[in-house]
Design a protein around this ligand. Structure first.
Ligand SMILES: [Zn+2]
Ligand SMILES: [Zn+2]
Length: 136
């Protein structure tokens, strides 16, 4: 996604496209590893020395509220941010720590939950060793 594309995308979702917000979103879409706010901060501060952590947290909060970014919680407390909105599963490599996306069949239902249950969220989360690390 280009900077112009991101600007239009943010506008379309009723988010004021400030320079920092564009940068945060740009980093999210270009990073394949579902970064945490901390990681985004460490990366962006290299090119935007005036950036504060508060700005990052606020931008991410706005993105989540407006529904353009999803929060992924792995292994307890740390929040990771994911710009991929279609339902997909995550695979966490225990060696390199990368969080991979994989396609899931969203038509699958859980037949033991019949009437009276309303599923609002599904999280498919697998753990293991990724193919890259397995090669070594
Ligand atoms: Zn790995
Ligand atoms: Zn993902």
């Amino acid at each position: 996604m280009t900077v112009i594309g991101i600007t239009e995308f943010l506008n379309a979702h009723d988010i004021k496209p400030s320079y920092q917000r564009i940068k945060v979103y740009e980093h999210l879409v270009h990073s394949e590893n579902h970064p945490s706010a901390e990681v985004i901060y460490r990366e962006l501060i290299k090119t935007i020395p005036t950036l504060s952590k508060t700005t990052i947290y606020n931008s991410l909060k706005t993105f989540v509220e407006k529904g353009i970014v999803k929060v992924v919680t792995v292994d307890g407390n740390e929040m990771h941010y994911d710009p991929v909105l279609e339902e997909h599963g995550h695979f966490r490599c225990k060696k390199c720590g990368k969080l991979y996306n994989f396609h899931i069949d969203s038509s699958q239902s859980f037949s033991e939950l019949v009437s009276g249950f309303e599923v609002e969220e599904r999280n498919i989360y697998l753990k293991g060793i990724c193919s890259q690390c397995n090669k070594k």
